[in-house]
Write a protein that binds this ligand. Structure first.
Ligand SMILES: Nc1nc2c(ncn2[C@@H]2O[C@H](COP(=O)(O)OP(=O)(O)O)[C@@H](O)[C@H]2O)c(=O)[nH]1
Ligand SMILES: [Mg+2]
Length: 195
């Protein structure tokens, strides 16, 4: 088991040269701005505010690397598809994300976050296609599950499970408000990291 107390923000990398160069496996958090990446990271690590939860999303373009117990890295990618971001900032985001995804050889698992109320966006589908094409292991995390009633939740999860871009990947509904899905996400992380 990992000692989650031993977690630190290694670096907020704004340039590829700053990406960590050690050989620790990476779990990558990908998704639209505001989808709940920081909230998921904080929940998984039992922290309130290690990863900054933003009400005004998408200002700085960085990949944030958290080192856990010297054995695992959480990589928080820049959020994409945020409408108010200026055009060139958008370019920055994709350049940095592309650089990370193409250069990092230690990606063990990608958690692709999708807001259950919004469903899959074109950007989400682009990312999922890349994950399938490159054979990168991934799970889809349906976020903000607490905002839906039982029927809506079942429909939203079914829509993700049935989408061809998701394929056979696990779909896990998650809520940071009540912790639903937290154990299942950790199970997936431990599964790939044991290999
Ligand atoms: N109701 C609810 N709100 C959430 C959940 N996760 C995130 N949020 C809210 O969504 C907003 C964006 O969350 P954040 O974690 O910063 O998203 P990020 O931009 O993907 O890192 C914040 O206002 C959060 O409080 C959730 O599971 N349930
Ligand atoms: Mg964030």
């Amino acid at each position: 088991m990992l000692n989650l107390q031993k977690t630190e923000l290694m670096i907020s990398a704004g340039k590829p040269e700053q990406f960590p160069k050690n050989s620790v496996p990476h779990v990558v958090f990908s998704g639209r701005s505001n989808v709940g990446k920081s909230s998921l990271i904080n929940t998984l690590l039992n922290r309130k505010s290690l990863a900054r939860v933003s009400s005004a999303p998408g200002k700085t373009v960085t990949v944030n690397f958290y080192l856990i117990d010297n054995a695992l890295i959480f990589a928080d990618l820049p959020g994409y598809g945020y409408a108010r971001r200026s055009y060139d900032k958008k370019e920055d985001f994709s350049a940095l994300t592309d650089a990370y995804l193409s250069r990092c050889e230690n990606i063990a698992l990608v958690l692709q976050l999708v807001d259950l109320k919004v469903g899959l966006t074109e950007y989400d589908k682009m990312m999922l296609k890349w994950l399938v094409d490159t054979g990168t292991p991934f799970c889809v995390i349906g976020t903000k599950a607490d905002k839906l009633n039982k029927t809506e939740l079942r429909k939203a999860v079914q829509a993700l499970v049935g989408d061809s871009s998701v394929g056979a990947a696990p779909v896990i509904p998650f809520s940071y408000l009540n912790g639903a899905g937290k154990d299942e996400v950790w199970k997936q992380i431990y599964n790939v990291c044991r290999e």
